[in-house]
Write a protein that binds this ligand. Structure first.
Ligand SMILES: Cc1cc2nc3c(=O)[nH]c(=O)nc-3n(C[C@H](O)[C@H](O)[C@H](O)COP(=O)(O)OP(=O)(O)OC[C@H]3O[C@@H](n4cnc5c(N)ncnc54)[C@H](O)[C@@H]3O)c2cc1C
Length: 435
């Protein structure tokens, strides 16, 4: 790892990798990841990625996204995302990503709150297919250096300009790295929740730093709870049972085996219905009944989900599977404009860590991989179009390296800041809505 780069990217998920690949090969780029390079939520995505199939679907796709977001979405961002989707899919295919096809044509699936089949998928490991191919392409590039198990602990900034970051390696040794531009692609904040589908290390660190350095955040209380994760008494990451299982026909049942809600409503509505049912029944979970889905479809479309349920002792071909809602996705984040610029100069944010307003109050299923990719590419384009960047007169003097000795306490403090901010925003919104 050198001491100076053109672009520093924090995060090796789809957003960080796609941003790096969308930058010219002349740029010297560093990508860091807190965990292994493949230890990110992007690898976990199951259901798929949305695309505008043809012009006839534009209005319906736009309306589905807005309705799911309770019409709080930034319309401009939604439009940009949908209009860019075909180009992004074609980029992915160019990088070697394979989506399900029949007779040479893409197959499209559907998930809750979608009025049309517009989701491309790769079995039930779409995220792994996309991210592993992007990672492989990035690893082939001479201009990209990657550092795993390297944690961003601070930004190096002055007068609202970002000049780089401070990182810690696995032994806690800290280094300041200078960059003309820093791109935050740090994912969501599931790690601060006891029950989440996210990796534990993805815990909103960039949000805490934004608070600390007075960078604008937006909608930090907009946290999506996924209705269906496999119920377990064990701690650790909750296993997701993709929305497309319900999209393909699976139904929810209460303790008496009765259906109690329309399974294809937006996630927040289904989650609420499940919580209410659990409370009414005094249970820790409800049941997901796969039987309306043809056996062959379960085995071919959902092989990973099928195996995981079986490992837990529930064969979806024979029995209902216990499910419970868990934290899943973060719609809020570091406020960015349509080019992914934050309110600090030379600092961008992309992917789940950012808030460009696409999702409004609630994400429409399978919109997040697409949103991450579209706005990561826009960040890259904006970086290329920006002719000059401010340079720090004396970079080393901007940071006191003695301040990072007690890393565990620093990270704990960041997590507490994130939790506190979510609670504060929730309370403020509740008060506003009560008026
Ligand atoms: C189980 C599951 C299923 C999903 N299914 C779908 C789906 O079907 N379709 C869809 O569109 N979306 C889906 N999503 C959501 C989607 O996967 C994510 O929104 C998206 O992958 C986020 O990508 P990202 O690049 O922003 O972040 P991530 O892929 O989460 O990557 C974050 C990166 O930031 C790094 N990082 C974090 N903090 C630091 C730090 N302090 N220092 C250094 N590095 C740091 C991490 O190590 C990691 O490399 C799913 C999510 C989950 C969890």
């Amino acid at each position: 790892m050198d001491k100076k780069y053109d672009v520093i990217i924090v995060g090796s998920g789809v957003a960080g990798l796609f941003c790096a690949l969308s930058l010219p090969r002349e740029k010297k780029i560093l990508i860091i990841s807190k965990d292994a390079l493949d230890g990110c939520d992007s690898f976990l995505a199951q259901g798929g990625i949305c695309v505008l199939r043809d012009e006839d679907d534009y209005d319906a796709y736009f309306e589905d996204t807005m309705r799911a977001g309770h019409y709080e979405n930034r319309k401009e961002s939604v439009e940009i995302m949908i209009r860019s989707s075909q180009e992004i899919i074609s980029d992915l295919v160019g990088y070697g990503v394979e989506f399900e096809k029949k007779d040479g044509q893409f197959v499209y699936t559907k998930e809750g709150a979608h009025s049309n089949n517009r989701i491309l998928f790769h079995a039930d490991i779409t995220g792994k297919e996309i991210t592993s191919k992007l990672l492989a392409r990035a690893q082939e590039r001479d201009n990209i250096t990657m550092m795993a198990h390297t944690t961003m602990v601070d930004w190096v900034c002055k007068d609202n300009v970002c000049y780089g970051i401070v990182v810690a390696d696995m032994d806690g040794k800290t280094t300041a790295i200078e960059g003309d531009v820093t791109v935050l692609a740090c994912g969501g904040l599931g790690g601060v929740y006891p029950h989440s589908t996210n990796y534990r290390h993805i815990s909103g660190d960039a949000l805490a730093l934004a608070m600390y350095h007075n960078v604008k955040l937006e909608n930090c209380d907009y946290v999506q709870i996924h209705p269906t994760t496999l119920f377990s008494n064990q701690s650790g990451r909750s296993f997701l049972i993709s929305e497309s299982v319900r999209g393909e026909g699976a139904v929810l049942r209460d303790k008496n085996g009765e259906r109690f809600t329309d399974e294809l409503q937006p996630r927040d509505v289904v989650s609420k219905a499940i919580f209410a049912q659990m409370e009414k029944d005094g249970t820790e979970h409800v049941w997901l009944d796969f039987s309306p889905i043809p056996e062959e479809e379960i085995l071919n479309h959902f092989p990973n989900i099928y195996q995981r349920c079986k490992q837990a002792g529930y064969d979806p071909l024979k029995t209902w599977v216990p499910v419970v809602p868990a934290q899943h996705y973060f719609m809020g984040g570091i406020y960015v404009d349509k080019d992914s610029k934050t309110t600090m100069e030379q600092l961008y944010a992309v992917g789940e860590t950012s808030c460009n307003g696409v999702h409004g109050r609630n994400r429409l299923a399978s919109n997040s991989l697409l949103e991450s990719l579209v706005f990561a590419k826009r960040a890259a384009n904006d970086i290329v179009n920006t002719n000059s960047f401010k340079q720090a007169e004396d970079f080393e003097s901007l940071v006191n390296m003695d301040g990072y000795e007690d890393l565990p306490s620093i990270m704990e403090n960041y997590h507490a800041m994130v939790v506190g901010e979510i609670k504060k925003e929730e309370n403020l919104r509740a008060k506003k809505e009560a008026i």
